[in-house]
Design a protein around this ligand. Structure first.
Ligand code: BTN
Length: 243
């Protein structure tokens, strides 16, 4: 079990960056959580940013010390994604994981996950897990392609502290599976919750828009796409972009 210690701050550049800096000090342990009402430079994967209204949503980062082999790094993506799926499913809705770790309701993004690992001799010694979750925001900037919040889905406001505790509980449950080596189970459940599984998708690769059928995710986290000849190719994150 992770013993969560939550530090709630009003404003920070990015909870991931703040927590990463904090880990350079002594006495910062697994389970440290930084929860911020507002991020001035929230970060997404790659070069993207994470934009969220002040005090309407959840933006937080958690320090874990998984101690698993680097070859299992995709299991980290899986355990966090599944904790979010568990939490949302308990509201009676049908969330999906858009590979690798965007959380979707129908065709719209409700949460994003940014995991930053520290490797020591081929072992993931620590990870900062950043989660941005749209809870009560009604209006989003035009430039965001397809955002949605839990309030927009449920047509009622949700207490952020309550849902935050539920996420921490589910993270604990899934982390236990990770720590006990239940990698196959995590992978199976992750695959069962993939957005557009066995459906035709359009994707951008090598400067071209292509079509294929999403045939699942490999154990190492590659997206498997079948082309019109029936050949299946695995792609790493960054090699393609699903449209
Ligand atoms: C993505 O969808 O690209 C990932 C978004 C992750 C956003 C969260 S908000 C809390 C934490 N701090 C950050 O700067 N980013 C993550």
């Amino acid at each position: 079990m992770i013993d969560f210690k939550v530090e709630h701050i009003q404003e920070v550049s990015s909870t991931n960056t703040y927590l990463k800096d904090l880990t350079k000090q002594a006495g910062v342990f697994e389970g440290t959580v930084i929860l911020a009402d507002f991020q001035t430079s929230g970060r997404g994967r790659g070069s993207s940013s994470w934009v969220s209204n002040r005090a309407e949503n959840l933006t937080f980062s958690i320090l874990v010390e998984p101690g698993i082999k680097a070859s299992h790094n995709f299991s980290l993506v899986e355990f966090v994604s599944l904790a979010m799926i568990d939490t949302l499913t308990n509201f009676g809705i049908n969330p999906r994981i858009k590979w690798p770790n965007d959380i979707y309701i129908a065709d719209r993004k409700i949460a994003g996950i940014l995991i930053e690992n520290v490797l020591v001799e081929n072992v993931i010694s620590s990870s900062i897990i950043g989660i941005g979750f749209n809870v009560n925001q009604d209006i989003f900037p035009m430039e965001l392609p397809n955002p949605v919040s839990l309030k927009m889905v449920l047509h009622r406001s949700i207490k952020q502290d309550e849902i935050f505790r539920k996420i921490l509980d589910q993270l604990n449950f899934r982390y236990e599976q990770l720590k006990t080596g239940a990698f196959d189970l995590l992978h199976r459940e992750y695959c069962n919750n993939i957005y557009c599984s066995d459906k035709k998708i359009c994707y951008f690769q090598n400067e071209r828009i292509r079509e294929g059928i999403l045939r699942g995710i490999s154990e190492s986290g590659e997206l498997l796409i079948e082309n019109d000849k029936g050949d299946i190719t695995g792609f790493l994150f960054g090699e393609i972009q699903i449209l």
